[in-house]
Design a protein around this ligand. Structure first.
Ligand code: SF4
Ligand code: SF4
Length: 179
């Protein structure tokens, strides 16, 4: 199978520096509104700050993959004497919580690294975090061409099973109309 180069983008989170200002949530929701920057609604953000002020916990988490099933077992973490709730570090959009779901349609949200044309120098949340919590990095990896397409098809099939073809087609039409 042919190998292709794939650009891998990551955002490193220096969580100790986060003060919970939620600027990242605001700019993410504004950037992804249609038309762009027309509305601000943190509930539509693809980054969420997990907040437990009494425990001094402010943790940025990025929306990851959609999953139709809840976990059978969950983990608790204690870091520097602070105990984190079971789902704190999980990035999935899943049935057991409301995070990372479009408030109107319930469709899952996923961080797309602010893909744009022409490409941005760095994602919006990274640019707007004044405390340098979010650090953007890029690298290249070689992957097999077919595997990439298989992943796309598996993701689409799962979404169609869950929401039906009509809703997915509507969402794709909305996305394709973006500036
Ligand atoms: S903008 Fe930076 S400091 Fe503010 S909540 Fe987001 S990650 Fe934390
Ligand atoms: S990288 Fe872009 S899409 Fe992802 S959370 Fe940050 S602003 Fe939102």
């Amino acid at each position: 199978m042919a190998k292709i180069k794939k650009k891998v983008k990551t955002i490193k989170v220096d969580a100790d520096k986060c003060n919970g200002c939620r600027g990242c949530e605001l700019v993410c929701s504004a950037f992804h509104s249609t038309p762009r920057y027309s509305t601000i609604n943190p509930a539509r953000s693809r980054i969420q700050i997990i907040r437990f002020p009494l425990k001094d916990i402010w943790l940025p988490v990025f929306a990851g993959e959609y999953t139709p099933a809840e976990c059978m077992g969950r983990d608790k973490y204690i870091i520097d004497g602070k105990e984190y709730d079971e789902c704190t570090f999980c990035r999935a959009t899943c049935p057991s919580r409301d995070m990372f779901k479009e408030p109107d349609s319930g469709l899952p949200l996923k961080c797309d690294m602010c893909e744009d044309e022409p490409p941005l120098e760095q994602p919006k949340c990274v640019e707007w975090c004044l405390n340098d919590v979010l650090i953007y990095e890029e690298r290249e990896e070689e992957v097999e061409e077919g595997v990439e397409m298989e992943n796309v098809e598996m993701g689409l099939t799962a979404m169609i099973d869950k929401y039906g073809m009509d809703k997915i087609a509507d969402a794709l039409a909305r996305i394709s109309q973006k500036d």
